[in-house]
Design a protein around this ligand. Structure first.
Ligand code: 15L
Length: 270
């Protein structure tokens, strides 16, 4: 794996992964809609709008692997999600297939399963329970990854990312937090593991309060190095300053579940 494209490279996760993957892959191509000015040695930039297949094909041309972070990273209206995350993710996989790319790492999200209750422990084999249109788009991306792996032989790792930060910022994040270095480890597994068809894993560090059975990641060799519980006091102190959320506090997806919510939360979710 020499030439790797990172889509959505100007975003928060993109900026962190650049630093961590830069020394690993000799040619890191960054893409986003907005120009990235501060290129490091080994980095190059291609502007691409994910909604435009021809532009995505130009971004993907000649790379061995893609880390697809691009698109909307939170909830939005349907036209925006449709263009950025549904059409955009289709364009990415289709361009990768046409260009003979070997690997795609797809940044899925915990919001694909946000309507599971916090008392549940779930693996990657449970049915999706998206909490937003954004979550639905991530389920779509996971399905597309499986299709392109099974039908066209692409190696695909979909990572249901929790919350990427230097430390967990509240109680919910103690369960779903992932340190950027642990995420970089998962991304490298997706790009380099010698035997990868389609795999779905959770993007979480070693969190004692975790809600996810991440056996699928451990089977691939993932060994997280960071522990959520090491930041317990700060996360609980931050939580104490937040107002209660009668919907979000019940479900793994938190405030995303509460958006546009109608009815009695006790009767919802799984
Ligand atoms: C996500 O999927 C978002 O991209 C990120 O901004 C956070 O909101 C995260 O989930 C989370 O659930 O904390």
């Amino acid at each position: 794996m020499e030439r790797v494209l990172v889509t959505g490279a100007a975003g928060g996760i993109g900026r962190r992964l650049r630093r961590l993957l830069g020394g690993v892959y000799p040619a890191l191509r960054l893409s986003d809609r907005a120009e990235i000015g501060d290129l490091a040695p080994g980095e190059s930039f291609v502007a691409a709008d994910l909604g435009d297949l021809a532009q995505v094909e130009r971004a993907v041309a000649g790379v061995d692997g893609v880390v697809h972070l691009g698109g909307m990273s939170v909830e939005n209206d349907w036209p925006t999600i449709l263009e950025s995350n549904i059409v955009g993710t289709y364009n990415l996989f289709e361009a990768a297939r046409r260009a003979g790319v070997k690997r795609v790492v797809f940044a899925s999200s915990n919001h694909a399963v946000g309507f599971y209750r916090r008392r549940r422990r779930i693996g990657t084999d449970v049915p999706p329970r998206p909490d937003t249109r954004y979550g639905v788009s991530k389920v779509f991306g996971e399905a597309l990854g499986a299709l392109y792996a099974d039908k066209h032989g692409l190696g695909v790792l979909a990572i249901r990312i929790g919350n990427v930060d230097d430390h967990p910022i509240d109680k919910r994040r103690l369960s779903i937090w992932i340190h950027p270095e642990d995420l970089a480890q998962l991304v490298r597994i997706g790009l380099e593991h010698p035997d990868l068809g389609y795999e779905l894993v959770y993007g979480a560090s070693d969190n004692e309060r975790g809600w996810w059975d991440n056996a699928a990641a451990f089977r691939l060799g993932y060994r997280p190095r960071h522990r959520g519980e090491d930041h317990l006091a700060a996360a609980l102190a931050a939580q104490a300053k937040l107002p209660p959320d009668p919907v979000g506090d019940l479900f793994q997806g938190g405030s995303f579940c509460a958006m546009e919510f109608e009815g009695d939360p006790e009767e919802r979710g799984s």
